[in-house]
Write a protein that binds this ligand. Structure first.
Ligand code: GLN
Ligand code: ZN
Length: 765
């Protein structure tokens, strides 16, 4: 019999139970016990669901209250001193590292004020992990035993699981040195961290775990030699310890071939590879297996929502079997299912035909089992026939083809992706037109999405208020935001995005060629989940999408108002893309739709237009090479197609966050002003990297993921550091990102301090 395996299941709950409990806990409405109970219920449900579906290898420790990498930092005591000095409970240390913590002193506890650790993209996904932050004083030891506890919890329910743990090389390589230890290279801590891994693995074995999924996802990156060499050291050390469970070394999201030498001969019981992404790596990976090692074949896509093609998946697994034999092959999801929505059954509003093309995490669990059964010779013919019919129907469906869009994409040439004049000329006319002060202050777009906003949006969606009533409500929200910005003295205003549920979904809902869900939530970071729309056909824009709100906002103020759009790459990356045409084509289709919107905004008198591309970096292929250089070309081209159809005097802004960015990549977009997330970069080199950036730039001055409020002095110090490197005339003053997840009190205080700091420097210059 060939076993089925799931590498991880979404932990947010089918109806976002985890978010609700976590946020209630943060705001003091429920206690720790309640939060833990909700976590336990979600885990139980997930395990039972997989058990009932017939999964042979069910994961545990795939649950987390915030992030699985952060969990490991807490578990291994990789906790910078600034988080330990308050005697917080473990769960509060976790949240403080994840999102910062600021609270006044009480009778029993002293005041707390600590920023969050850096948060970065998880490979090329829209998930973000909290970066392990090491210093010379880091002392590895086990803090509790979360993986063991959760293993035993499942066992008590009668469910045998395979715990998941990020492996030592990936854990260190994904981390960074703390600001007090900048000379520290995390991988040099390998020998110190291995005993803690040994201890953990021994405890898991003692609890009864026979096998552990040890994730080494960095194997799909271009690795420096010392990291490659670390694999041998790490896994030989682990293998030398007694009483350990079997280890299955797991990679996903890419191609391991360039690093095969590093893992060849490692003393592990087997490997898992992602063959959805890179089916071509089968021959090469088979080569490195010893006769005893198993091969977990990832054939059910953990990153997308399309129904698996059973015939293709089965043929692939058969070819793996023909190379290594039936007894050594396991059928698996390509990666954890964390990146897919929980259950398609909760979608009641999707068009039936379109819905029949999809498969969410719960359905994917069944798919893995069906493929494993088919391979094992069980009779699943009905499922196979139904699947074949569905795959055929989608391939032949023409409802979402649009010949006009296809022709327009084919006709894109350089004239469509070049501004009328180069930046210096544009700058001259823009200066004359906008007459902004030195250190112009602005925000990234969204203002707090209050409960009131969500209630009204829901009422409108349910038909409980009329469109006119809703529009009026939105206008009043816009007015509130505009008056607020005028009052505190911001220079370039935004309308606050109250009408938007999400920066991608909002556009997806208005574009043709998109489908969207009602419950298709996916964790982006911590308690922030997104509901990615789904590109199902050729994309076009039936009508203006943002003009009404932006024009209204501009009409009530004399200050420049930024039109606010989401760029083509971000629209694509934060949607589930089609898997039947290239992503480049999809990006260009989106670019053409956005170009029409940009031009409509300009015509309507909104002449500062920000086109956000926070996902630009996320789309970058994980390895250097042809795919990557091509991506860099078409990503930049898509942005320029969207933004180049305007006059020189129209100021194009763009915004990026969450990741290490390459200044050259940003330069290729040719935006007049860019803002980038910056406040958590403690690395002085990063400031330097952008110092040559030719156009105008705002380096984010405060962390919007944290409720913490920086003082005016803190802003002054930060700007001072930056001005040592940047020339004053190209520097903008802004937060890291949009303010939608913050409360009004925090926003008022932070922005006031920020604006005051800008005024301080204006007087000095
Ligand atoms: N304009 C968006 C906002 O402010 C940008 C968000 C983002 O970059 N993630 O919400
Ligand atoms: Zn952002």
């Amino acid at each position: 019999m060939v076993e089925s395996s799931v590498l991880g299941f979404p932990r947010i709950g089918a109806l976002r139970e985890l978010k609700k409990a976590t946020e209630a806990y943060w705001s003091g409405k429920v206690d720790k016990a309640h939060l833990f109970k909700v976590g336990q219920e979600i885990r139980e449900k997930n395990w039972k669901l997989q058990k009932a579906a017939g999964v042979d290898i069910i994961p545990s420790n795939d649950f987390s209250f915030y992030d699985q990498v952060l969990d490991l930092s807490l578990l291994f005591n990789v906790i910078p001193d600034r988080y330990t000095k308050y005697d917080l409970e473990s769960i509060d240390v976790l949240f403080a590292m994840g999102r910062g913590l600021q609270r006044p002193a009480t009778e029993t506890a002293k005041a707390v004020d600590v920023t969050a650790l850096e948060m970065v993209k998880w490979f090329d996904s829209n998930y973000h992990y909290v970066r392990p932050t090491f210093s010379h004083s880091t002392e590895f030891k086990l803090n509790g035993a979360k993986p063991v506890d959760e293993y035993l919890e499942a066992k008590a329910l009668g469910i045998e699981t395979r715990p998941v743990v990020v492996g030592p090389v990936s854990y260190l390589y994904l981390g960074k040195a703390d600001k007090d230890s900048l000379d520290l290279e995390p991988i040099t801590l390998l020998e110190k961290i291995l005993p803690v891994y040994v201890e953990l693995l021994q405890k898991l074995a003692a609890a009864g775990a026979t096998s552990v999924q040890i994730d080494e996802p960095v194997l799909v990156l271009d690795l420096p030699e010392n990291i490659k060499a670390a694999y041998k050291t790490a896994y030989e050390t682990l293998a030398a310890a007694s009483g350990l469970p079997k280890l299955v070394l797991t990679t996903y999201f890419g191609d391991v071939r360039p690093n095969l030498e590093a893992i060849k001969g490692l003393p592990v019981s087997g490997f898992h590879f992602d063959f959805v992404r890179v089916p071509e790596q089968l021959d090469a990976v088979v080569e490195i297996l010893t006769p005893e090692q198993t091969l977990s074949v990832g054939v059910i896509d953990g990153r997308n929502i399309w129904k698996a093609d059973f015939a293709k998946a089965i043929a692939f697994v058969e070819s793996a079997i023909s190379k290594v034999g039936k007894d050594r092959v396991v059928v698996a999801t390509s990666s954890s299912l964390l990146h897919t929505p929980v259950d398609l059954e909760n979608e009641k509003k999707l068009d039936a035909e379109i819905k029949s093309y999809f498969s969410f995490a719960t359905q994917k669990v069944a798919e893995v089992v069906t493929v494993a059964k088919a391979i094992s010779g069980e009779d699943v013919s009905a499922a196979l026939e139904a699947n074949a019919a569905s795959i055929k129907a989608r391939a032949e469906s023409t409802i979402l083809n649009n010949a006009d869009v296809q022709a327009k994409v084919a006709a894109i040439d350089e004239s469509l992706s070049t501004r009328k004049a180069p930046f210096p000329e544009r700058l001259t006319v823009q200066k004359a037109k906008f007459n902004l002060p030195l250190f112009p202050t602005t925000t990234i777009g969204s203002f707090p999405q209050t409960k009131d906003i969500r209630i009204n949006r829901n009422k409108f969606a349910k038909g409980e208020i009329t469109e006119a009533e809703y529009d009026k409500f939105i206008e009043s929200e816009i007015e509130k935001v505009v008056r607020f910005q005028e009052e505190i003295g911001l220079d370039v205003l935004v309308h606050g995005e109250p009408e938007r549920n999400d920066m991608v979904q909002y556009f997806g809902e208005q574009l043709k060629g998109y489908a969207f869900t009602t419950n298709g939530w996916v964790q982006s970071y911590g308690s922030r989940y997104v509901r990615p729309p789904i590109v199902v056909g050729d994309v076009s824009r039936p009508a203006a999408m943002t003009v009404k709100e932006s024009v209204y906002a501009q009409s009530i103020t004399k200050k420049p108002m930024k039109g606010m759009l989401t760029g083509p790459i971000t629209c694509l990356r934060w949607s589930f893309p089609r898997n039947d045409i290239p992503q480049k084509t999809q990006a260009l289709q989106l670019a053409l739709a956005l170009r029409e919107e940009v031009q409509d905004l300009e015509k309507a008198g909104v002449t500062v237009i920000q086109v956000d591309e926070p996902a630009l970096r996320e789309g970058l292929p994980l390895r250097a090479g042809k795919d990557r250089s091509e991506y860099l070309e078409w990503a930049a081209e898509s942005f320029r197609v969207a933004t180049s159809g305007v006059e020189n005097s129209t100021q194009i802004h763009s915004h990026f966050c969450y990741s290490d960015l390459d200044p050259n990549h940003i330069k290729a977009l040719d935006a007049d002003v860019v803002s980038i997330e910056f406040s958590k970069k403690d690395d002085p080199n990063y400031i330097q990297e952008f110092s040559e950036y030719p156009n105008h730039i705002g380096l984010g001055l405060f962390d919007i993921h944290s409720p913490r409020i920086p003082s005016k002095e803190e802003f002054i110090a930060r700007i001072g550091d930056i001005l040592k490197v940047y020339s004053a005339d190209k520097f903008w003053v802004n937060p890291d990102c949009g303010l939608k997840t913050r409360g009004w009190e925090e926003v008022r205080a932070s922005l006031t301090n920020m604006v005051d700091a800008a005024k301080f420097y204006r007087e000095k210059h």
